[in-house]
Structures are given as structure tokens and as C-alpha cells.
Write a protein that binds this ligand. Structure first.
Ligand code: ATP
Length: 511
């Protein structure tokens, strides 16, 4: 589909038109970067959560769930380092008055150089055709090598300046790279400043009695402070994991690109507690496990790539992102972090309580190391929606807009339609729904021609349309139309449940 920007706009308008995502408080002209999930969005979101929970909790004997409060004792955030270090470096362009994250400006510059390398490789591919050896080309072509060295140099400087909180150095890097504001085109920048991303509020109703608390910026800390509660009450043995889905809040400097970057969003996180020294093994394990989970959706393997972090967070000794090819290009979808024993040790220190595990095999107490997998539910939603939305030209020259969602995630699994509104067909259609509705979310639709009704279901990703016609009354069969092939087969009503199950069960994805 067309240009990338236009495509994102199309995704946004499709999401609104069919009830997936609305701007929040729209009647008051909305609230910046805040969105509400509509009737179909809520279903899709629930199904994504379910897909994650099934794969992480249900399918892993040694992983259990948790649902911690959003509010936490304020010391939690002192201990975790968020009060002092959960900052983004911001910079303003004096001409456009636009605000940017300094590290993002530099990352985008690096991405442009990377694209130059890719172009050079493409040229090489064309020139050498069959005999092309990409690895050798990348290792020897002078243009590729020059640009690769440039990237390394920039990454090194960026890491060094950010890690040392050298904000002047960050600004100097932006100036040296001659990065211009995408809006004004000027290089007239302010100083770089640090900005804390946590939202704070007051708890308590009595004036003077209130204390400042924070809206959690990640769900992970709810897991850390409950580590011993879960371990003891669930008799968990290391290695084991705790998984959680919930809201998180960040006062992002620039929140844009639809639901990709919001100030209120939802995370699906899992902390996996391991023996010290075994963390790299588990880090590799979870990287692979998570990538497999993504690829199983069938959105295209070429749409995923790993990106190792240049600047490690204050708690991590290794970190990688799984990036997805969003309408805006490759961007972070999920993070896999080796968080060491940083968080538990910090909580031990600040709470004065021991957060240790007795390992019966080693006959030893220790603070476990942690591997975290952390994915944004809203980003996952956008990845799925944008990769599924297609415009197809049909054999007769007409076109259709179709949402090729993974069937297990579709808001409705089946639409049941009477061919006409009379002769007892609506009653029969309703009876079929009454039978299926315990297992699947079904929709009844009797309005307009069958063609129009099929198009409506195509646009919302319903894998199956069931048509009840006069023959149904005679032999208890219906036609079942497949969203992908648009082919119809005749099926006995008694076999309908099985036909649907085969296509929409989580087992087809995870089995
Ligand atoms: P970014 O670099 O894009 O700001 P991050 O590295 O700060 O993201 P993490 O702290 O690793 O993100 O959070 C884990 C996941 O939570 C991310 O991979 C992303 O999917 C999601 N996430 C983080 N911030 C937001 C946001 N503002 N809106 C929506 N999802 C978010």
C-alpha cells in the first residue's frame, strides 16, 4: 500500500471507522496521545493478552501470574532507580519550537546511514547477480565499510556521553552530525536537559497529610516486591517466572505515532528468576522463545529483527529489542533484558527485608538474577492491525479491504447470516449462534445483500461467515465462507463447531 505515512493514516482511519480505536474524550477534541479501545479493539486486545498469557503462563509449568496494584509505596521507585534515573534527554529546536528526545534524533541519524549501506548492498546484488556473496560484500566493499565505521563511532560517542550524563557532549554530537530539525530544517538547538518520565499524584484526603506517590512507569516492580510472597506461597523452585499484564504510565516527551507511544499504555511483562551465573543462558533462551511467539502469528518473518541496546539501562547487563516493521519503519516492539540482581538487591537495601532464595541443590542462599521479557500490548495491537490490513483487487476487477488477522485473535470468529429476513431463516441463524456462543464470539447480521455483509466481515477480520439458506431448513447444512480464499463450502450444522475450532484455536498458533 502507498507511502508509509499515508498507510499509517489509513490504519488509523480504519481503526476508527470499525470501532477498534477512538481518540480519547473525542467530544472535547481529544487528549494528546491518549486513545480508547472501541468494541472491536477491546476484543482484539483481550485476545492478544490471552495469546500471551497462554504462551507464557499456561504453557510453562514454572511461570505463574500476578495482578499487582498500580499504586506502590513511593520508596519502591527510589529503590528501583526511577526517581533518580528514569530520565530522557530532551532538546528543543529554537525555530520550530518542536521538542525531541536527543537520543532518538541520533538513532534516526544512524538509521539513515544504515539505509545507505542497505542500498549499496542492493546495488551489489544487481551488479553481481547470481555470484553475489552478501557477507563478503559487507566485509570488503569500501563504501559499506566506511559507513559501518561511522555508525560504530557514533554509537560509541552516544553510549559514552549518555552513560556519563554528559549532556553537553550529547549536544556536541548532534551538532557534529549536523542533525537538522525535520520540521524547520534548522540546526538551531537548545541545550540538552534531563526530564523525569514518572507521573506523580497525591494520596490521602487530609491536607498536609498527603504524600506524593507515582503512577507505575513499568509493571515489573510489582513483581519484584512480591517475589518472596509468590515464591513461598506457590512453593516455586528456581528457575521460575512471574508474569503480569497491566497499565503503565510515562510522561513521554513526544507521544505520537498513534498508539505506538502513549502516556498511558499497557505492558505484558515476565520476570524470570535464575541462579546467578546462568543468566546469559536464559537470556538467549527467552530471546528465541519470544521471537518464535511473534513469528507464529504469520505476519511475515521478514518483519522482525533484533536490535541490541547501545545504552544499557541502569539495571541491565544485556538487553535486546525485538523490532517490528511498523508503518513508520522498524521500531521496538518488545524488550528482553538481563536485569542482574539489581532490583531485588535494591529492594533488600531500601526495605531492610531479605529477598533471597534458598537453593536446596546448592545448599545456599542467594539473590536470584532476573531475565525480563517486556512487551507493549498497544504496540503489539498496532503491529497486528497494520500488518493485517490489505487492499485486494478481485478477479472481477472490484476491490475489497480485508483485515487478515490471525484467526485466533479475530474479534468475532464467525458471523451467522440468514439469506433473507423471512421463511424462518433468521430464527435458524439465531439458533446456530445460541449453540456456538459459549465457545466463540459470534455476530448476527441480516442487513443488506450478502455481498455487502461479506465485505463488512472482511473489514473486521472475521475468519468465517456462515450463510443460512432454504436448503438449511431441508438438510441442516450451511455454507461457510473463508475470509482468505472467499471460497464457500457446504457443512453440516453439527460439524460447524469443529470446523471453526480447527482454524481459530490458540493451538493452531502455539501447538
Ligand atoms: P522506547 O525506547 O520506545 O521509549 P523503552 O525502551 O523505554 O521504549 P521499555 O522500558 O523497554 O521501553 O518498555 C517495554 C515495552 O513497553 C516496550 O518494548 C514497548 O513495547 C512498551 N512501551 C514503552 N513505552 C511505551 C509507550 N509510551 N507507549 C506504548 N508502549 C510503550
Amino acid at each position: 500500500m502507498e507511502q508509509k505515512d499515508d498507510f499509517l493514516k489509513e490504519v488509523i482511519s480504519h481503526a476508527k471507522e470499525y470501532g477498534f480505536v477512538f481518540p480519547s474524550s473525542e467530544i472535547y477534541d481529544g487528549l494528546a496521545a491518549t486513545y480508547d479501545y472501541g468494541q472491536l479493539g477491546a476484543e482484539l486486545k483481550n485476545n492478544i493478552k490471552n495469546y500471551w498469557w497462554t504462551s507464557m503462563v499456561q504453557m510453562n509449568e514454572n511461570i505463574v501470574g500476578l495482578d499487582a496494584a498500580i499504586f506502590m509505596h513511593p520508596t519502591t521507585w527510589k529503590a528501583s532507580g526511577h526517581v533518580d534515573a528514569f530520565n530522557d534527554p530532551l532538546i528543543d529546536n529554537k525555530d520550530s519550537k518542536k521538542r525531541y528526545r536527543a537520543d532518538v534524533l541520533i538513532e534516526e541519524h544512524i538509521e539513515k546511514i544504515r539505509q545507505k549501506i542497505d542500498k549499496e548492498v542492493e546495488k551489489g546484488k544487481k551488479r553481481f547477480a547470481e555470484g553475489f556473496d552478501e557477507t563478503q560484500f559487507r566485509a570488503t566493499n569500501p563504501n559499506v565499510l566506511r559507513n559501518a565505521t561511522k555508525i560504530t563511532e557514533i554509537e560509541d560517542r552516544m553510549r559514552e556521553t549518555l552513560e556519563n550524563n554528559d549532556l553537553e557532549g550529547v549536544k556536541k554530537l548532534i551538532e557534529d552530525l549536523e542533525i537538522a530539525c525535520p520540521v524547520s530544517g534548522s540546526k538551531n538547538w537548545t541545550e540538552v536537559r534531563q526530564f523525569n518520565l514518572m507521573f506523580s499524584t497525591e494520596m490521602g484526603s487530609v491536607a498536609g497529610d498527603a504524600s506524593t506517590i507515582y503512577l507505575r512507569p513499568e509493571t515489573a516492580q510489582g513483581i519484584f516486591v512480591n517475589f518472596l510472597n509468590v515464591q513461598k506461597s506457590g512453593r516455586m523452585k528456581i528457575p521460575f517466572g512471574i508474569a503480569q499484564i497491566g497499565k503503565a504510565f510515562r510522561n513521554e516527551i513526544i507521544a505520537r505515532q498513534f498508539i505506538f507511544r502513549m502516556r498511558e499504555f499497557e505492558q505484558m511483562e515476565m520476570q524470570f528468576f535464575v541462579r546467578p551465573g546462568e543468566e546469559m543462558k536464559w537470556y538467549d533462551y527467552w530471546k528465541e522463545y519470544r521471537l518464535k511467539w511473534h513469528k507464529a502469528l504469520g505476519l511475515g518473518d521478514e518483519n522482525y529483527r533484533f536490535h541490541d541496546h547501545i545504552k544499557l539501562a541502569h539495571y541491565a547487563n544485556a538487553a535486546a529489542d525485538i523490532e517490528f516493521n511498523f508503518p513508520m519503519g522498524f521500531k521496538e516492539l518488545e524488550g528482553i533484558h538481563s536485569r542482574t540482581d539489581y532490583d531485588l538487591k535494591q529492594h533488600e537495601q531500601f526495605s531492610g527485608k531479605k529477598l533471597q532464595y534458598f537453593d536446596p541443590e546448592l545448599n545456599q542462599n542467594y539473590v536470584p538474577y532476573v531475565i525480563e521479557t517486556s512487551i507493549g500490548l498497544d504496540r503489539m495491537f498496532l503491529a497486528i492491525l497494520s500488518a493485517s490490513l490489505k487492499k485486494e483487487v478481485l478477479e472481477d476487477g472490484s476491490d475489497r479491504t480485508v483485515l487478515k488477522l490471525p484467526a485466533a485473535l479475530a474479534p468475532y470468529k464467525v458471523a451467522v447470516m440468514p439469506l433473507t429476513k423471512k421463511d424462518g431463516l433468521p430464527e435458524k441463524a439465531r439458533a446456530i449462534i445460541d449453540d456456538l456462543k459459549f465457545d466463540y464470539n459470534c455476530q448476527y447480521d441480516e442487513k443488506d445483500s450478502p455481498g455487502k455483509r461479506y465485505r463488512r466481515q472482511d473489514a473486521i477480520g472475521t475468519p468465517y461467515c456462515v450463510m443460512v439458506d432454504h436448503q438449511t431448513l431441508e438438510d441442516d447444512t450451511v455454507t461457510v465462507r473463508d475470509i482468505d480464499t472467499m471460497e464457500q463450502i457446504r457443512v453440516k450444522v453439527s460439524e460447524l463447531n469443529g470446523v471453526i475450532r480447527e482454524r481459530v484455536s490458540m493451538k493452531t498458533l502455539l501447538g
